[in-house]
Design a binder for this molecule. Structure first.
Ligand SMILES: [Zn+2]
Length: 649
């Protein structure tokens, strides 16, 4: 039940709406937003926006966007409220023209929407003749502060995007520009450090918006806010100076979650999303803007709604590696529009130390991208810990934070999940999913090579229909005949630390059969493999060796990963070698020399280590550097000597 506070009422009064506050209050309390008319929705949105921006929100940002704005959109997609920039300041009527238009940002709540936006970039790039490979995207935190514009003499609020208010007084009060930036850097946000707010101001102020409002308010600044300004905890943060990830659009698609995660945690200020924008000027110009937002920019926001949920029980699940994961069954709960009834707990140590069991109350968070996660345990109970493997009944053992089933040879869950992993990784044989694998296991088929030996009549005798049996046999034949990469084949065996990327790196040096004979010492010499990984991989390979060769000999068609050392061995003395370039080069730029070296099969590194083969020195390289390299057994070459070596062949 929403009830306005006195503070909120006084803000609503300044809006001079033609409605009694109590009737507006009632609008916030309707059972379903679909009951609201367009006019009523506009009242709600106007009031919610004004109170939010003044630091006394009635509803949070997500409800504002996800519920009320969404409802208005569905009822009246072209309503002016949706197409104009939300007003920043409501308490003062004096406005001045902004030196430059300040628009809002379009918002996306899912990866799908981001992909669509990138599709639009790609189309625009074709129109303006920018090659796909040159499309660069910059990702920055979306600061949740007070939008402002600094032209070097005056600081303006964003206002309605065209006219704002003069708040230069904030600088007169000593407000600093973040990152030691100067004045005149254009658009940015007035923000306050989160850690400082939590430590110093959270007792006095309800939220950081109250402080942002105080920094720019006409009346005298509160002592504690002035102190925060003096200590640099409050700043004006120009967008051009903000931490960012910048890279190719395909990397955005491939690593979206990790990029968002990194940028989300890059600054110690409140943020409410990340902003993605294309940096190519011609694409930006071509895409242009609506009255509301730039089309070349988009904000990714996450619906991080949370709920308190009761746990019914915690069920153990054994993975192919034997590690047992705790899955919490929940009382079904609505969260961000979906009904949630299960959530994964990180590991059993968390179950144990935090008291996760039947009846425990947990805080569940679902963000736009990831599956629901248990953020914290609000009411702990006796933890529900299994003693035995749910699949084979073996006594479980602790390995650091995890409970593990030690039965490596005869645990149905491990066996079935290993088989499922094989076919899924191979990716050319989709008949062998969990159901088929479980059925085969029921009839005593436990190994990959056994499956490949099965004839049609065997499948029929296991209860598969004639058609299905034929189909499975065809799939097994097909998966041997269709060419697949050797690294994918190796990765399918599920050796720890040997996913596709590492397999490919190793196979650039050794053939897939040779790899089983490589010692730890030799593996460490390969770039990217530390002692611990190498030991784990060598041990893991030993464990699957017998099965690997049985399957391998069943006639798969493998394409070989290109060898680094063979690639140019006939014509290049630097193939497979690690080279570091240092100092200024005379005959060409260092960048060009690095590219050339790579094209000849060498690896280019930034600093000298024991793995470095050559240090190529340009001009003005200190003796310390060359001596240190020599001590490590690295051959030091001048630029001239290096070029002569290449020319000799
Ligand atoms: Zn087991």
């Amino acid at each position: 039940m929403t009830k306005f506070s006195t503070k909120q009422l006084s803000i609503i009064e300044t809006l001079k709406l033609d409605v009694e506050p109590s009737s507006i209050e009632a609008l916030f309390n309707v059972k379903s937003v679909s009951e609201l008319s367009i006019d009523e929705l506009l009242f709600v949105l106007t009031v919610a926006n004004a109170t939010y921006r003044s630091g006394y929100p009635i509803i949070n940002d997500e409800v504002y966007d996800g519920v009320y704005t969404a409802e208005l959109k569905s009822k009246d997609p072209n309503n002016a409220f949706l197409t104009q920039v939300e007003s920043e300041v409501i308490t003062d009527s004096k406005t001045v023209a902004l030196p430059q238009k300040m628009l809002s940002t379009d918002k996306a709540y899912s990866f799908e929407e981001i992909k669509k936006w990138i599709d639009r970039l790609l189309k625009a790039s074709i129109e303006v003749g920018v090659d796909k490979s040159n499309i660069v995207i910059r990702v920055t935190p979306k600061l949740d502060g007070y939008a402002a514009f600094d032209d070097g003499t005056t600081l303006y609020t964003r206002g309605d995007g065209t006219r704002g208010q003069d708040i230069t007084r904030a600088f007169n009060r000593g407000l600093k520009v973040a990152n030691d930036g100067g004045r005149g850097l254009g658009p940015g946000e007035i923000v306050i450090k989160k850690s400082y707010f939590d430590k110093v101001l959270s007792d006095t102020f309800e939220n950081s918006r109250n402080i942002q409002a105080a920094i720019i308010a006409e009346k005298k600044v509160d002592e504690s806010v002035q102190k925060a300004i003096n200590e640099g905890a409050c700043v004006f943060y120009p967008f051009s100076l903000i931490e960012n990830w910048t890279g190719h659009y395909s990397d955005v698609l491939a690593e979206f979650e990790s990029i968002v995660d990194k940028i989300w945690n890059a600054v110690d200020y409140d943020i409410d999303g990340v902003i993605l924008e294309v940096t190519n000027d011609s694409i930006k110009q071509f895409m242009g803007a609506t009255r509301h937002h730039h089309r070349w920019q988009i904000a990714f926001k996450v619906n991080s709604e949370s709920a308190q949920v009761k746990i019914v029980r915690v069920i153990p699940q054994t993975s192919r590696t034997g590690r047992v994961s705790p899955v919490a069954e929940l009382e079904p709960t609505k969260l961000s529009g979906a009904t949630i009834s299960r959530a994964t707990v990180h590991h059993y140590n968390m179950v144990k130390t935090n008291g996760v069991g039947p009846g425990a109350i947990v805080q569940l968070v679902r963000s736009g991208l990831v599956i629901p996660k248990i953020e914290k345990v609000l009411k702990a109970v006796e933890p529900q810990l299994p003693e035995n493997c749910p699949s084979c009944n073996s006594h479980l053992i602790w390995e650091s934070d995890h409970l593990v089933c030690p039965n490596k040879t005869d645990c149905p869950a491990q066996t079935e999940n290993t088989l499922i992993h094989f076919f899924r990784t191979l990716g050319n044989n989709d008949g062998f999913g969990p159901k088929v694998v479980a059925k085969l296991h029921e009839y005593g088929i436990k190994r990959i090579h056994e499956i490949y030996e099965l004839q049609k009549h065997k499948f029929v005798s296991f209860g598969f229909g004639d058609k299905t049996a034929q189909n499975l046999v065809n799939q097994l034949r097909g998966s041997r005949e269709i060419e697949i990469e050797d690294w994918r084949f190796l990765a399918a065996f599920g050796v720890s630390r040997l996913a596709g990327g590492n397999c490919e790196k190793l196979l650039q040096h050794h053939s897939v059969t040779e790899l089983f004979e490589v010692s730890v010492d030799n593996m460490v010499k390969i770039d990217g493999f530390a002692q611990v990984s190498a030991e784990a991989i060598v041990e893991g390979l030993e464990n699957v060796k017998e099965e690997f060769f049985k399957v391998y000999s069943q006639g798969f068609t493998l394409s070989q990963t290109e060898k680094l050392s063979e690639k140019h061995s006939e014509d290049s003395p630097i193939a497979g070698k690690v080279i570091v370039f240092t100092g200024a080069m005379v005959q060409g730029s260092r960048g060009d020399m690095e590219k050339q070296a790579k094209s000849l099969g060498a690896k280019v590194a930034k600093s000298v280590t024991g793995k470095t083969s050559f240090l190529v020195t340009g001009e003005k390289v200190g003796e310390n550097k060359t001596n240190a390299a020599k001590e490590k057994g690295v051959q030091v070459l001048s630029e001239q000597e290096y070029l002569e070596m290449l020319a000799e062949v």
